[in-house]
Each structure stands twice: as structure tokens, then as C-alpha cells.
Design a binder for this molecule. Structure first.
Ligand code: BES
Ligand code: MN
Ligand code: ZN
Length: 501
């Protein structure tokens, strides 16, 4: 989809559809009122007849509105004006785009972007609208023998700003929205691909593929190199699989050598059957999504590189399968991690923390400014937070605050969870430095505590995305989260760096 920014009156737009808002009950917004005046009260008359109350998310498509230059006018209900906040803005935009997709307009000029939204400036509205519009066109049908074509898809969306001097900033916001949505699309595609296609080697090829079109470099470490390094925790998980494990390192250098990189670590288990501690059969197919952390790291690097942000970012992706096999990890096995710490594997299904521990230690060699790992780590996180917020853990409160702000701004929410030492006791082992599970209570927290033992040398945060990375049920599919959160965080960091200079 193509986007542009414009400033001008709705009644003068020569387009297939002009989109304007109506508050409840039956209150025209300024652009709707302008169309009403030009059309000698045509809109007001329709509203008086009771066809559009202004309920949030309702729509009414009008043809041949008198004296206008457009083919159609789409009225969008906004709900009560005093309840109109960011959530309502996003709902209204989604409703408008859905109607545009379901009806005949292939282009439209949208005036909802001019509505005041508390706490949010014009750039936020533009960015959100672009992301919503691109999300509405996402399909994953490449594995079906026939692809369904949209009859008359929306091709071009023009977003209106109220003042001419906002055009340049508006265009910047469009670029950010497009980059975020494209990063999300990559993360969704990789997530939705099944385990027999999206293998560790496939993920590695995808990372290398990104370097062909963007300013990125990639390096893939093979099993023998990792053996030499001593990645005993990661490689133990890969033992039960016939697919070779890969450690993917992808780098974006947008600032000088002197600037320390931000390292993103993504869990890349391309299928998690649980290993010898086998998972139950129901919904096991969803464990193809156990590489969504990795996918979001690749999506974020894609977004950052296409925005050419003036920062350095490194993505580290440990990737393998977790399967039962004669050679697989067994409960009770003790392995030595790259850090030198030994781990008793009491449950082979707690494999994410094993591969991440070595990846975190590996991150040290980049002398990072900070490290953020992203992982579909625990079912317990889904029980704690459901599907709305990712679990956020950090050894640094300032970093946690910064991430929460990015999460709030990008509408990709996270919730700050405790990492108190009290929980560390649950990881005690009789035979090794630690066990890889901490029992039933606080399962998401003890997993984060486990990781924290490998993140002592840097500022670190962990995002447990088990509840947010994909949707189950009739609309099963990857969400592309937390690409918006991570990209927004890096955009903020880049802005801070610019200001410091
Ligand atoms: N990938 C799973 C976590 C998961 C499970 C995410 C279900 C989303 C939905 C992870 O590897 C895992 O199996 N974790 C175990 C840990 C337990 C054995 C301590 C879990 O959450 O059950
Ligand atoms: Mn598991
Ligand atoms: Zn897993």
C-alpha cells in the first residue's frame, strides 16, 4: 500500500473516498461539517434520519454527495467525544480501513488523523494509521494451492494533517509506520511458517538474505565452532534433532565504531516438542511459534536498517529444534554452559533458557550498551498476563522504564515483573550450580531469574512474549509483536543520541 500526507479541505478532494468522523450522538467533526456545508446539509439530513448515530466503529458509506469532487464519503463513528482516547482512535481507524477494503475504493483520503487525541501528537496518529492499514492487508496464504485475490484492494491512502508545516514530520511518521509494519510482516511470515520449512538453516538463510538488500551483515556459527567455544547448554538442546543448530549473528552499523551496540537476543526454537519431557499432543502445532523471539529480532533489524537509524544494533539468534530422541537431553543430565556455570536439566522442556544462557554469554564479546532478550519462554507468563502484555524483566530500572514507555507509545504493551533475589532459591540444584526449572510457583519469574545469572556483566532486559507473539483459535497467526515495541525503543534511543550530539 502507498501512503502520502496532505493538507487541504475534504470537500475539494478528487478521490474515490473521503473518510470523516462522527461523534456520538450525531455530532459532526470539523471535516464532516465542511462536507455537510458544501453539500447543503446532505450529511446532516442523513444523520437526522437516524442512519449514523456515531457509535464507535460503526461506518456508513455514502455515494454521490452533492457538490463534492469525490466518488464517496465514508462516515466513521467515533463514540462519545469525551471518551475518545488512543484506543478509540485505533478502533475507528481499523473500522474505516476494513470498510474501505470491503467496498470499492482503491484509494482514499483519511481525515481521522486530524482528530485531537489526548497525550498523542500528529506523528503518533500517522504512524498508528499506517501500521493498522498495512496490518489489514496481511495474508499468509503462500502454502495454499490457490491464493484468494482481494477484489478491489485499497492501494493508496492519503492521510490529512491540519497544517501545511506538519507535512514533513508527517512524512517521517509514514516512513516509521511502514518500516514497523514491514518488520512485523517479516516476523509474522517466519512465525507462521511450519517447522518443516522454517528450520534453523532456513532462519539463517533469511538473515543472510536481509543483508542483500539492506545495510546489514550476518554471520552464522555452525555446531563445530560452537563446540570449540563451549556452548554446552545450547548444544545440549540441539542433540535430539536432525537439523543442525545455528547461531545467527546479524549486525547493523548505523553509527561509528566508538558507539557501543544494543544487542537483541531472540529465542529461535523452530519446533518445541518438549524433548524427553514431551509436551501433550493438544495444540502442539503451536510450538512452531517458539522462534517468534528470533523472528521479532530479524523484523526489528529490518526496520532499523530501512530507517537508517544512527545507532549500532546486533541481533543474536540461537536456533535449533527441541525433540525427543535417543541422543536427546535426559532429565537429570548436567551440562556446562559457555559461562562455565553448570546446569542440571530437570525438565528438557525448559530449553529456551538453556539456549538463551549461552547466547547471553556470547553477547559479552560485543561490549554492549545493553542487551534485550526476547523469548516465548513460559506458559506461566500466559497465565500471569494473558495475551495483552508481554512480561518485562530487567536488572536496570531505567531501562525498564524506557521499554515501558516504548511499549505504551507503540501500543505493544508490556508489564514490569519482579526479579527479586527471593525467587532465585527455587533454582537450587543438588548436583549442579543451578537447576533449569524452579517449580510451579512464579514460573515466568524463575525463568527470568535463571537468565539473569547469565546477564550479570551488562544492563539487561528480558521480554517473555509467550502470550503475545501469536493468536490461537479461528484467527490463528503470528502477531509480529514485539517488533513495534523494540523498533520504537530504538527510535527513541537514536533520537537521544542525536540530541546528545
Ligand atoms: N516454549 C515453551 C513456552 C510456551 C508454552 C510458550 C506454551 C507458549 C505456550 C517453553 O519452552 C516451555 O516449554 N516452557 C515450560 C517450562 C517449564 C517446563 C518449567 C512451560 O512453560 O511449561
Ligand atoms: Mn519447551
Ligand atoms: Zn520452548
Amino acid at each position: 500500500m502507498e501512503f502520502s500526507i496532505k493538507s487541504g479541505s475534504p470537500e475539494k478532494q478528487r478521490t474515490a473516498c473521503v473518510v470523516v468522523g462522527v461523534f456520538e450522538p450525531r455530532r459532526l467533526t470539523l471535516p464532516a461539517d465542511l462536507v455537510d456545508r458544501t453539500s447543503d446539509g446532505y450529511i446532516g439530513e442523513i444523520i437526522r434520519r437516524g442512519d449514523m448515530e456515531g457509535k464507535l466503529g460503526s461506518t456508513l458509506l455514502l455515494h454521490h454527495v452533492p457538490n463534492t469532487l469525490c466518488d464517496r464519503v465514508l462516515l466513521v463513528g467515533l463514540g462519545k467525544e469525551r471518551d475518545f482516547h488512543e484506543g478509540q482512535y485505533c478502533d475507528a481507524v481499523r473500522a474505516a480501513i476494513k470498510t474501505l477494503q470491503d467496498t470499492g475504493s482503491m484509494e482514499a483520503v483519511m481525515y481521522l488523523t486530524e482528530l485531537p487525541v489526548k497525550r498523542r501528537e500528529m506523528e503518533w496518529k500517522i504512524e498508528q494509521t499506517v501500521v493498522s492499514a498495512m496490518e489489514s492487508t496481511y495474508r499468509f496464504d503462500r502454502l495454499k494451492s490457490k491464493q484468494e485475490e482481494l477484489r478491489r484492494p485499497l492501494r493508496k491512502l492519503t492521510l490529512s494533517v491540519s497544517r501545511r508545516n506538519e507535512l514533513a514530520l508527517g512524512e517521517e511518521a509514514v516512513r516509521r509506520g511502514v518500516a514497523i509494519a514491514q518488520g512485523m510482516n517479516l516476523a509474522k511470515d517466519l512465525g507462521n511458517l511450519p517447522g518443516n520449512i522454517c528450520t534453523p538453516s532456513y532462519l539463517a538463510d533469511q538473515a543472510v538474505g536481509l543483508t542483500h538488500t539492506l545495510n546489514l551483515t550476518a554471520q552464522v556459527l555452525e555446531r563445530d565452532e560452537m563446540e570449540k567455544l563451549g556452548m554446552g547448554a545450547f548444544l545440549s538442546v540441539a542433540k535430539g534433532s536432525r537439523q543442525p543448530p545455528k547461531l545467527i549473528v546479524i549486525q547493523y552499523d548505523g553509527a561509528g565504531r566508538s558507539q557501543k551496540p544494543i544487542v537483541l537476543v531472540g529465542k529461535g526454537i523452530t519446533f518445541d516438542a518438549g524433548g524427553i519431557s514431551l509436551k501433550p499432543a493438544s495444540d502442539m502445532d503451536e510450538m512452531k511459534y517458539d522462534m517468534c523471539g528470533a523472528a521479532s529480532v530479524l523484523g526489528t533489524l529490518k526496520a532499523v536498517a530501512s530507517l537508517q537509524l544512527p545507532i549500532n544494533v546486533v541481533g543474536i539468534i540461537p536456533s535449533c529444534e527441541n525433540l525427543p530422541d535417543g541422543a536427546a537431553n535426559k532429565p537429570g543430565d548436567v551440562v556446562t554452559s559457555l559461562s562455565g556455570q553448570t546446569i542440571e536439566i530437570l525438565n528438557t522442556d525448559a530449553e529456551g533458557r538453556l539456549i538463551l544462557s549461552d547466547a547471553l554469554t556470547y553477547a559479552e564479546r560485543f561490549e554492549p550498551e545493553l542487551v534485550i532478550d526476547v523469548a516465548t519462554l513460559t506458559g506461566a507468563c500466559v497465565i500471569a498476563l494473558g495475551h495483552h502484555a508481554s512480561g518485562l524483566y530487567s536488572n536496570n530500572d531505567a531501562l525498564a522504564r524506557e521499554l515501558l514507555h516504548a511499549a505504551d507509545y507503540s501500543n505493544d504493551r508490556a508489564w514490569h515483573m519482579p526479579l527479586w533475589d527471593d525467587y532465585q532459591e527455587q533454582l537450587k540444584s543438588s548436583f549442579a550450580d543451578m537447576a533449569n526449572i524452579g517449580g510451579r510457583p512464579a514460573g515466568s519469574i524463575t525463568a527470568a531469574c535463571f537468565l539473569s545469572r547469565f546477564a550479570k556483566k551488562f544492563v539487561w532486559a528480558h521480554l517473555d512474549i509467550a502470550g503475545t507473539a501469536w493468536k490461537s483459535g479461528a484467527n490463528k497467526g503470528a502477531t509480529g509483536r514485539p517488533v513495534p515495541l523494540l523498533t520504537q525503543f530504538l527510535v527513541q534511543r537514536a533520537a537521544r543520541k542525536r540530541a546528545e550530539r
